[in-house]
Design a protein around this ligand. Structure first.
Ligand SMILES: NC(=O)c1ccc[n+]([C@@H]2O[C@H](COP(=O)([O-])OP(=O)(O)OC[C@H]3O[C@@H](n4cnc5c(N)ncnc54)[C@H](O)[C@@H]3O)[C@@H](O)[C@H]2O)c1
Length: 236
């Protein structure tokens, strides 16, 4: 939502995709309230037909695309690798990896006709370091970084920049769910914070600022990079 507001402040058109209608509409409203053009589309990013229809909706609205924020992701349950449920592994991979792959495919024809086409795949610092208790999440985010590099090389000839944004823990509902899954929420948060040199989670506005920079402002020569926004976590 913070990214939608920040994009809206730049006055751009955004087709907000979510599997939940209410959330897609809330995001579109946030874009419009901030000064952009917000449109909503309900789609499950793990289903090819849904992804093709959000790309078609975008084409109908604007003909092409100048940026694509490939952002939907789920964390899955907290569980040790040795007993991690296989169906949960498949569910996380379907959204976090298949969804990103399907989006990269479906949006390519629109982006190649964009003026300054930039793609940002949301990975995570979990794509750079170990993620105990979140094996599927960590593996999916490592794979998103790998896929980002391949897309950057393959799409470079069309002038499309592709980067991965890798936030560390963010003050967000997702972190609250992860902390809850670990039992004592406050202890889990303190443990995460102790690992971060900046001693705190990222603020939503910080993630939004970086996403907007990578979607609208970064040099087109910046491509194929996994950019950590993590208070130093990945380098400590
Ligand atoms: N919150 C964090 O601390 C954090 C840190 C690093 C990376 N990330 C990544 O940032 C991205 C956004 O996370 P968030 O914190 O906003 O999470 P969130 O749970 O608040 O939002 C995720 C959104 O994705 C939607 N979604 C989930 N599955 C979907 C599907 N199959 N199809 C369409 N929409 C779907 C949800 O409805 C929800 O609106 C994710 O890729 C996440 O892995 C988050």
């Amino acid at each position: 939502m913070a990214v939608c507001e920040a994009l809206g402040r730049r006055g751009v058109g955004v087709l907000c995709v979510d599997r939940e209608q209410e959330l897609a509409e809330k995001a579109a409203k946030a874009v419009a309230t901030a000064g952009g053009i917000g449109e909503a589309c309900v789609a499950d990013v793990s289903i090819e037909g849904d992804v093709l229809s959000y790309a078609a909706a975008c084409q109908e609205l604007w003909g092409n695309a100048n940026f694509f924020f490939n952002n939907a992701g789920i964390e899955g349950v907290d569980a040790p690798l040795a007993s991690f449920p296989v169906e949960e592994w498949d569910r996380v991979m379907a959204v976090n990896l298949r969804g990103v792959f399907l989006g990269l495919k479906a949006m390519y024809p629109l982006l190649r006709h964009g003026e300054t086409p930039r793609i940002v795949n949301t990975a995570s610092v979990a794509g750079m370091i170990a993620t105990p208790m979140l094996s599927a999440y960590g593996a999916s985010k490592h794979a998103v970084i790998g896929l980002t590099k391949t897309a950057a090389v393959e799409y470079a000839a069309q002038g499309i920049a592709v980067n991965a944004l890798c936030p560390g823990p963010v003050e967000s509902e997702m972190m609250r769910r992860i902390e809850r899954g670990l039992g004592d929420m406050q202890a889990a948060k303190s443990q995460y914070e102790a690992m971060i040199p900046a001693s705190r989670y990222a603020k939503l506005e910080e993630v939004a600022a970086m996403a907007v920079f990578l979607l609208l402002d970064s040099p087109m020569y910046l491509t194929g990079q996994a950019i950590a926004l993590d208070g130093g976590l990945s380098i400590s």
